[in-house]
Design a protein around this ligand. Structure first.
Ligand code: ATP
Ligand code: MN
Ligand code: MN
Length: 375
């Protein structure tokens, strides 16, 4: 028989292919509810419970049409009792009392606010909550708080960074990066990855992969690109990390860390935007309202061409799709998949790939285009 994961993936692909225009409302109500419970669980340190809700939301997303009865749920894989109960509540009453209760909780609201700050993880957010801090104002006014440079930038640009980035803005930034990269290294290949590659119309950041057809030519390019953009006043924050795959990368390491070893920068760009028509002649003439730029989070990742297909697969996401795919390759194929390579633990060798299709083939899966990876 086929493995559950394989079943799930092919079933998922079929559903996506047969997908009709969806009625947004109820589907989103259910997904948002499960997402809230997933967040709440992770804020409480229950990663397993959090993942169960993410799985349930992912199953809902892959349904060809809106769910209307609880019986339909019983036929689906990956739907736990708790998730079922919540969905049933919403289908019957239009809302879930449990979810309502969670969203009212001060701890939930504060943790959500704090973890939405660039550079702030669960640990830090929780510590601040325990110290009695509740709002961005509390953080900004606190005298004793020791913020990292990243957190400082995140706090400073909080409002901009929590506004969705449009496809047009993403394309603009990719073009800016491409132009500068070409001025240093003709032939540099720039690819928009992340949610935008999956066809999403907006995102929380812009994920850009950088490579060159000649292996090794790409090394050191990123610092030049960032330096150039910085001299043009287009960078609000950046943290350049050197690549570490020469020393640190061991393909058969049992490490479950999701961090990869590419040369990269998680940065904040200063993007020029057409100033808002509505602001002209408005009463409010504060500099904030006539601001003609927007802070945008940009992840820049440089990869040698030999690892590029793996980097592309890894950085296209979604996060949940990557997690499931890696789990599948490990459990079902005894292969370790990450953003650098696929390692066959039985044959004890690294499998070279020239494109994403090669990787799906190694895993015995039918190729899934990026638009099918929104799990
Ligand atoms: P959004 O619109 O919210 O940005 P997204 O799918 O683009 O959605 P990202 O957080 O930008 O989400 O991540 C895109 C992909 O890059 C994910 O699949 C994730 O696994 C991968 N990724 C993100 N951060 C890292 C990291 N530090 N190391 C390795 N891979 C990462
Ligand atoms: Mn992204
Ligand atoms: Mn990203």
């Amino acid at each position: 028989g086929r493995s559950p994961m394989l079943l799930h993936i092919s079933w998922f692909t079929e559903c996506m292919a047969a997908r009709e225009p969806v009625k947004i409302e109820p589907r989103h109500l259910l997904e948002d509810a499960l997402e809230t419970l997933s967040k709440e669980a992770s804020f409480c340190g229950s990663d397993g419970r959090s993942l169960a809700f993410i799985r349930a939301a992912s199953v809902l997303r892959s349904l060809p049409s809106t769910l209307t009865t609880i019986e339909e749920l019983n036929r689906l894989p990956g739907f736990g009792e708790h998730s079922k109960r919540v969905v049933q509540e919403i289908l019957e009453d239009g809302f879930s009392a449990e979810v309502e209760r969670v969203t009212q909780k001060e701890k939930y609201q504060t943790m959500k606010l704090f973890t939405n700050i660039f550079g702030v993880g669960m640990k830090t957010a929780n510590r601040w909550y325990q110290e009695g801090l509740r709002s961005l104002g509390d953080l900004r006014n606190s005298q004793k708080l020791k913020l990292s440079k990243q957190q400082e930038a995140g706090l400073q640009h909080y409002e901009d960074l929590n506004m969705p980035v449009s496809r047009a803005e993403a394309d603009l930034i990719a073009k800016m990066v491409e132009e500068v990269a070409h001025s240093f290294l003709p032939g540099t290949i720039i690819t928009l990855a992340g949610g935008f590659r999956r066809g999403k119309l907006s995102g929380h950041d812009v994920d850009i992969l950088i490579t060159h057809a000649q292996e090794g030519r790409e090394e050191g390019l990123l610092s030049k690109v960032i330096g150039q953009l910085q001299s043009q006043g287009l960078i609000l924050y950046h943290d350049l990390k050197r690549n570490s795959y020469h020393d640190a990368f061991s393909p058969d390491s049992k490490s479950t860390s999701n961090m990869d070893h590419f040369e990269r920068s998680f940065s904040i760009f200063r993007l020029k935007v057409a100033s808002h028509i509505g602001d002209i002649g408005a009463r409010d003439h504060s500099p904030e309202s006539s601001k003609d730029w927007k802070a945008v989070r940009v992840d820049l990742v440089v990869t040698p061409i030999s690892q590029y297909p793996y980097a592309l697969l890894g950085w296209t996401g979604s996060k949940h799709f990557e997690r499931e795919l890696r789990r599948f390759s490990c459990n079902e194929k005894k292969m370790v998949l990450n953003s650098h390579a696929l390692y066959d633990t039985v044959e004890q060798k690294i499998l070279a790939a020239t494109c994403e299709e090669d990787i799906f083939l190694y895993l015995g899966l039918e190729y899934m285009p990026p638009s099918d990876r929104n799990a």
